[in-house]
Design a protein around this ligand. Sequence first.
Ligand code: AMP
Ligand code: GLY
Length: 405
Amino acid sequence: MRVLLIGSGGREHALAWSIARSPALRELHAAPGSPGIAALATCHPVSSDDFEGLLGLAGALDVDLVVVGPEAPLVAGLGDLLRHSGVPVFGPGAEAARIEGSKSFAKDVMEAAGVPTARRLEDPRAPCVVKADGLAAGKGVVVCRTDEELAAGLEVARSYGDSVVIEELLEGPEVSVFGICDGVNVVALPAAQDFKRAFDGDEGPNTGGMGSYAPVPGLDAAAVEELLESVHRPVLRELARRGAPFVGTLFAGLMLTDDGPRVLEFNCRFGDPETQSILPLVDHDLLEVLATAAAGELAAGAVFPEADGAAVTVVLAARDYPTTGDRGTPIDGIAEAEAAGALVFHAGTALQGGRLVTNGGRVLNVTASGADLAEARARAYAAADLVRFDGARRREDIALAAAGR
Ligand code: AMP
Ligand code: GLY
């Protein structure tokens, strides 16, 4: 198969790594890709919002499958454009991608499908959660415990547009459950947890994610299958009923409350940095599964074999992330970390005169596997110790609590 992967982050590097292991792969191309992805694929300088450029590239390369990493092009209709032009694509069309692109659409679908979620509130009253309706790169949600927080939260959410969703405040651990969908059927990947806050102990501002681990203790394959049955399948049926079948990764962000799991949000793509921990655990031909899903041919009872062991990902970020990123600082030690058995995924790097340098907020993701979370965690941090760039910052408590369980 000839495959074109769209995107440039750590998630896409992990996808490229996994796809490159498939016996079915003949050529892997990426647009725009990254210095990390360039070791696995031919990178083309076409940005993920240049739809005509991507369509032209897919045609010129005569690809058998396009895999779309980020949400923005999906919400803007890249999946439809490619599919209507006869290019097989793993990623939903714009109407189905609204499950991520509009919080009120997602709520409507969940209510119609009977999926357990936070109750919608008519009137804003603390404690509650205020959410901007549209895409806000994770910054449009404010948890409000006091009236002051509520006033500030409404202001933030409305700065993204007038439409705001208000819902009850739930408590509990959060997990990410990815279902690979073909419009009708779904197969689950191991559950993962990410660490959204900037600092240890879940302090500080929200980020794109400072680390992740998989699987989640207590959520084995049977428990994940139950979540597919109560969350993903009803949503797939409801979207299909609305004429918007979902082909791609349906990512449920769930809170495990004392009253059972509740959906906080859906995303229409793989999560970042969860994917970096999940894919090394999947001893299965990912490309074959993505191509089968894109063709609408997943078997009704398809399951991945139960994941063996565990994986942990530590994000190495720039000094002032998430306020600002960093550019042009030399990076050393990646080969040493890889020699120690870790995978080093590039999230924000560039080549400057042949030298690898920082180019973003989250710079690298160091992933290691092990027999259990404790072993994976020790290996990931030991490998991360070997990678150096001026100002590098990381959380020290990724998977710490779960590894002790
Ligand atoms: P979302 O983009 O909807 O996932 O929200 C981002 C983050 O806000 C989630 O990962 C949660 O930490 C938090 N959050 C969202 N909705 C709720 C809720 N109903 N109760 C408590 N926390 C929430
Ligand atoms: N890790 C959460 C996300 O990708 O949105």
